[in-house]
Design a protein around this ligand. Structure first.
Ligand code: ZN
Ligand code: ZN
Length: 143
């Protein structure tokens, strides 16, 4: 039920920005909100199709582009073109991805706060660091 409540909030934010919340868009938002993990456009499409089989995947892509542009969802490439989506409010973490075994580790935002500060102080640059994917080697593969 928590997911449903939050889906309404993103929907409201969307409407407040002057967009029409069509049933298709509502289903896309609901699929995004209800997924505990990162969801791909294909997975969203599969969920939407369970109710509206006529929805085209390009509608899903277009809606995600729109939501991304509005800052309501984040898009992250978790390697080899695996794009995953999050409602923006769930994006307060980062990912460490092992290039060797594909293992992914979720990190908090805190390790990046000092980087943000340094960039601001030394370059006057206000970095928009949210939901990063950082590639490298995990502890297991470094052995
Ligand atoms: Zn994430
Ligand atoms: Zn590894």
């Amino acid at each position: 039920m928590k997911g449903l409540k939050r889906s309404k909030e993103v929907g409201e934010a969307f409407r407040e920005l002057g967009y029409r919340l069509t049933p298709q868009r509502q289903l896309i938002l609901t699929a995004l909100q209800q997924s505990d993990d990162h969801i791909s456009a294909e997975d969203i499409h599969a969920r939407v199709c369970a109710k509206y089989p006529q929805v085209n995947i390009s509608t899903v892509y277009r809606t995600l582009e729109l939501l991304k542009g509005l800052g309501l969802v984040t898009e992250t490439d978790l390697g080899s073109g695996r794009f995953r989506y999050h409602p923006a409010e769930k994006g307060h973490h980062h990912h460490l991805i092992c290039e060797q075994c594909g293992n992914t580790i979720e990190t908090a935002e805190s390790p990046f706060l000092s980087l943000k500060r340094t960039l601001l102080m030394e370059y006057g640059f206000k970095a928009n660091i949210s939901h990063l994917a950082i590639f490298g080697r995990c502890a297991r593969c470094r052995r």
